[in-house]
Design a protein around this ligand. Structure first.
Ligand SMILES: Cc1cc2nc3c(=O)[nH]c(=O)nc-3n(C[C@H](O)[C@H](O)[C@H](O)COP(=O)(O)OP(=O)(O)OC[C@H]3O[C@@H](n4cnc5c(N)ncnc54)[C@H](O)[C@@H]3O)c2cc1C
Length: 315
């Protein structure tokens, strides 16, 4: 039961939705899988719900012509998970969508809702009390180097996934979709997750993108973490330490190998863990029943798994 009063408006146009959301107390309603839970538990409030579900233009996946994809904010997680074009252009995003919750959540929950629910970050950058409910997709859009498309009362704009992860959604804006760039030659990605056993939210999840050079080395590495860090974040120092490596297997055969080592498929687990051990613990969250040290280690384990799978799919 929802114990709070609010107005409800089903927006007929994007401009109407943007104008309504510019007013204080208005919140967008998409699949309701986070928002309605918040209202029921009292974790969140709303003076007005602006239902986006009538905005057909925000649904579905379109090819951009340059090999990339434009994905509407109302595209459901189930649609993302099964769309062959999404799986080809950004396997990590499709896998992340597949890893969310349960079938009901995936059939109602949307791309835009998952991204927006993730941040709960004020423009000043403070993370709200919802930090223990990090969502999965922000890591995948970071690793994919996606661009978010936004609409507000002032018009349309775009934002990089990196800026969005750091700053959150500009006040009063709604996400209309994302643009995924076309993958280059030798590019691959993967997503790995350790879910909370009760809620299925990520204790830690990692999305990677990698380019395998003809000589076997890894370049273009992106490693993005959610759940284990205060907000979804890329780890450039880890990326740098692992870039150019071409070591043995993820079972550790490549431990200690560095740039120019024998050709293989991915850095070994030990090598990836060493790269994570070099990161300061304060990058990782504490106080959720796990230590920052544990989450740093877990992030490394999941990164090694994701890199092994991703590089196995490159030619
Ligand atoms: C049982 C359960 C398990 C779950 N497990 C997971 C999990 O494993 N991983 C995970 O990531 N999530 C999980 N979730 C959370 C949920 O799946 C996601 O948050 C969901 O994708 C939200 O999408 P939605 O469309 O339902 O958003 P809503 O609930 O409608 O909205 C969520 C928030 O986003 C805002 N919003 C919605 N759409 C937009 C938009 N287009 N632009 C701007 N703001 C918008 C809303 O105002 C609200 O603040 C779980 C939820 C439940 C109930």
């Amino acid at each position: 039961m929802i114990l709070t009063d609010f107005d409800y408006v089903r927006a007929a146009t994007l401009d109407e939705a943007a104008a309504l959301l510019a007013e204080p107390g208005s919140r967008a309603l998409a699949g309701g899988q986070s928002l309605l839970v918040e209202l029921k538990t009292g974790e969140g409030t709303a003076a007005r719900l602006v239902d986006l579900r009538g905005l057909a233009g925000l649904r579905g996946v379109q090819e951009t012509g340059a090999g990339g994809l434009r994905v509407g904010a109302l595209t459901t997680l189930a649609e993302l998970a099964r769309d062959p074009r999404v799986r080809a252009v950004s396997p990590a995003l499709a896998e992340a969508a597949r890893a969310v919750g349960d079938p009901q959540v995936r059939h109602l929950g949307t791309l835009g809702g998952n991204l927006a629910a993730a941040t709960d970050i004020t423009p000043a950058g403070a993370v709200s009390g919802a930090r223990d409910k990090a969502t999965d997709l922000p890591a995948a859009v970071l690793a994919a180097d996606a661009t978010l498309r936004l609409a507000g009362a002032g018009g349309r704009t775009t934002m990089t996934a990196g800026d969005f992860a750091r700053d959150g959604l500009p006040t009063g804006c709604l996400i209309t979709g994302i643009d995924l760039p076309a993958p280059g030659p030798g590019e691959a990605g993967a997503f790995e997750k350790m879910p909370d056993r009760a809620s299925r939210y990520p204790v830690c999840a990692v999305a990677v993108r990698v380019v395998r050079e003809p000589g076997g080395g890894l370049t273009g590495l992106r490693v993005a973490v959610t759940g284990a860090t205060p907000r979804a974040t890329r780890l450039p120092a880890v990326e740098e330490l692992l870039t150019g490596t071409a070591a043995g297997t993820a079972q550790g055969a490549g431990a200690g190998a560095g740039p120019g080592a024998a050709l293989g498929t991915a850095p070994g687990t030990a090598q990836v863990l060493a790269a994570f051990r070099a990161q300061p613990e304060h990058l990782f969250v504490t106080g959720r029943g796990t230590s920052a040290e544990y989450l740093r280690h877990l992030s490394g384990v999941l990164t090694a798994r994701a890199l092994t799978r991703a590089t196995a799919t490159t030619t």
